[in-house]
Structures are given as structure tokens and as C-alpha cells.
Design a protein around this ligand. Structure first.
Ligand code: ATP
Ligand code: TZE
Ligand code: MG
Length: 288
């Protein structure tokens, strides 16, 4: 019955109608990642490296944590997508980040920015804004990070990598930022919002305990890079799919978990073992 509704191609109203269209798409994106096994170059913070690489592997992608400026001209063209994360930024890492973004742009490969703690310090904010000038395909941050990029100012209430705002507080900023930058903007939180400045897509999957696992946001940004790498002309859809699939994996993982440490493990197992029926039954994506 669901397939009949999709075939009519008529707009479906409300969240149930949206799910009918979006859930098969999210599953199709995961299947594409599994079959294509895209090479994803990650320039990321020391905290996230292990969880991010394992998230990509369990989704079927092929991660490589390669950040030396000496290797980027030769290596970045081989990658199908690039993830650049500002988490443990020092001045010596910035040239490599910029070079990888430029090479990805030249090769017409998508790259995704994670502006970790963008409003935390002026050094970090300037670096994140310089990366935005290089026009990422997608930027994914929490509410505080997207608001800081939009306002272009340091947040005196910043709690560093943790958000002091809900994702809903940053939807309008995300829309404006997308319009100004030309990048797809994703704000994560209890509901994830993805926008190209025109459309706003909402992802309702996930569990609150994800906030108690460090680098869950970093890892989902890398997953976005993998999903966009296999469908670069539909960055909004691929980003929503990645956030939904990661959220579904956390929901299934939560049934087996005793706390954050075991959720981290069971999330990776659930992502690896996710099947079509479960994905179609659980993905919850709608449009604003
Ligand atoms: N309250 C919540 N309920 C459900 N899912 C959530 C909730 N908060 C965050 N998430 C999910 O957790 C993941 C990480 O999002 P979050 O906004 O916490 O990123 P972050 O702050 O950048 O994390 P980190 O800096 O640790 O990498 C996303 O997939 C998001 O959907
Ligand atoms: C805790 C932490 N500090 C810098 S990066 C990072 C990982 C979560 O963003
Ligand atoms: Mg983060």
C-alpha cells in the first residue's frame, strides 16, 4: 500500500505522508553506501577519530584519517567525499583543512564541515568562517554552532563543544546561513533540521543519550559525508537520510544498552546490521 502511494507521486501531507516518501529514500542511500563503499577522507579531532572511523565502517564506507598537508594533493582526489572537523583545532592543522577543501572543490567532490564549538573562541570562529568561505557542500552543527556561524560572533555563554541552544532555536539562522553561503545547513538536536535556505526537512529519529557519547555529532557528520558522496546532487536528501539512519541505529542500540558506553557499541552493531524492514518502519522524516 505504501508503494502505491509513492508511485502516484502526489504530495503527501503531514508526517505520516512524508515518512512514506522519505523512509525508502533513506534505506536506498544506506544501500548505496554499502554497495559503493565510498572512500571518505576525514580530517578530524583526536577525540572523534575512533568512533567516526567505526561509524563509517559499520555503514559500509571506507574511512581514512589522513590530514597531512604533504599527502592531501595526492590523496584527496582519490576520496569520494571529505569530512573536515574543527574539534581540536591548532594553527598548524588549518592549512591542511583549507587545502583539502580546495582540492575537493577542484575535483568536484563533496566535502562536509563540522564547525565544532564555533562560538567558543575568536580563533575558532575565524577559522570556521574561513572554512565556510570555501563553500562546504554541507555544514552540520548543533544549535550553538550554527547560531555562532550565522551571527559571526563569539558566544559569551558558550559551553565549548556542547550546545546551550536547542536545534529549534537555530532553524531560522540555519535557513539564512544556507541562503548566504550556498551550503546545505544541518542543525542537530532532539529534532534535526536540514535546509538549503528554501526547504526545511526534519528528522525525528535518535535518543537523548546520544548527548552523553562524545563525538556522536562528529560521527554523524562523517556519515553525512558518506551519504552525500554517493548522491552528491541531492545533498539535502542524503543529509536527512544519514541523520535518520544514525538515529534509527541509536534507537535500536538503546534497547541493548546499559548506559552511554554500551550504547556506543550497540549503535555501531545496529548500524552494521540494519535491515530494510526495520529502516522502513523506523525512519521518521517530515518537512516543515
Ligand atoms: N535530545 C535528543 N534526542 C534525540 N537525538 C538527539 C538528541 N540530541 C542529539 N541527538 C542526536 O545526537 C546526534 C549528535 O547531535 P548533537 O547535536 O548532540 O551533536 P554535537 O553537539 O555536535 O555532538 P559532539 O560534539 O559530541 O560530536 C545527532 O544524530 C542528533 O540527532
Ligand atoms: C570533547 C571534544 N573536545 C574537542 S572536540 C570534542 C569531541 C566532541 O565534539
Ligand atoms: Mg559537535
Amino acid at each position: 500500500m505504501a508503494e502505491d502511494k509513492i508511485k502516484t507521486n502526489e504530495p503527501q501531507k503531514g508526517i505520516e505522508g512524508s515518512i512514506l516518501q522519505w523512509a525508502p529514500q533513506a534505506w536506498a542511500h544506506l544501500e548505496l553506501v554499502r554497495s559503493k563503499s565510498p572512500l571518505i577522507q576525514c580530517i578530524t579531532n583526536f577525540v572523534s577519530m575512533d568512533f567516526m572511523a567505526n561509524t563509517l565502517l559499520s555503514a559500509g564506507a571506507s574511512p581514512a584519517m589522513i590530514h597531512s598537508v604533504d599527502e592531501i594533493p595526492e590523496f584527496t582526489p582519490k576520496a569520494l567525499g571529505v569530512c573536515i572537523n574543527m574539534g581540536t583545532l591548532t594553527p598548524d592543522w588549518l592549512p591542511g583543512m583549507k587545502l583539502a577543501a580546495e582540492v575537493a572543490n577542484q575535483c568536484k567532490k563533496p566535502w562536509v564541515l563540522d564547525p565544532v564549538a564555533a562560538g567558543g573562541t575568536s580563533f575558532r570562529l575565524k577559522a570556521c568562517l574561513e572554512m565556510m568561505d570555501l563553500r562546504p557542500s554541507v555544514v552540520r552543527g548543533n544549535g550553538s554552532e550554527i547560531l555562532a556561524l550565522f551571527k559571526g560572533s563569539v558566544d559569551s555563554n558558550s559551553k565549548g563543544v556542547d550546545s546551550v541552544y536547542g536545534s529549534g532555536d537555530a532553524v531560522e539562522a540555519a535557513k539564512s546561513l544556507a541562503q548566504q553561503s550556498g551550503s546545505v545547513v544541518a542543525v542537530s538536536g532532539a529534532v534535526d533540521f536540514i535546509t538549503d535556505g528554501d526547504r526545511v526537512v526534519c528528522v525525528h529519529n535518535g535518543v537523548p543519550m546520544l548527548q552523553k557519547i562524545t563525538a556522536s555529532g562528529c560521527s554523524v557528520t562523517a556519515l553525512i559525508a558518506a551519504f552525500v558522496a554517493v548522491d552528491p546532487s541531492n545533498a539535502v536528501e542524503a543529509t536527512a537520510s544519514a541523520l535518520a539512519i544514525f538515529g534509527v541505529a541509536s534507537e535500536i542500540g538503546m534497547d541493548m544498552a546499559r548506559g552511554p558506553a554500551s550504547l556506543r557499541t550497540s549503535l555501531i552493531d545496529s548500524l552494521y546490521g540494519l535491515d530494510k524492514a526495520t529502516a522502513l518502519g523506523r525512519v521518521r522524516i517530515s518537512c516543515l
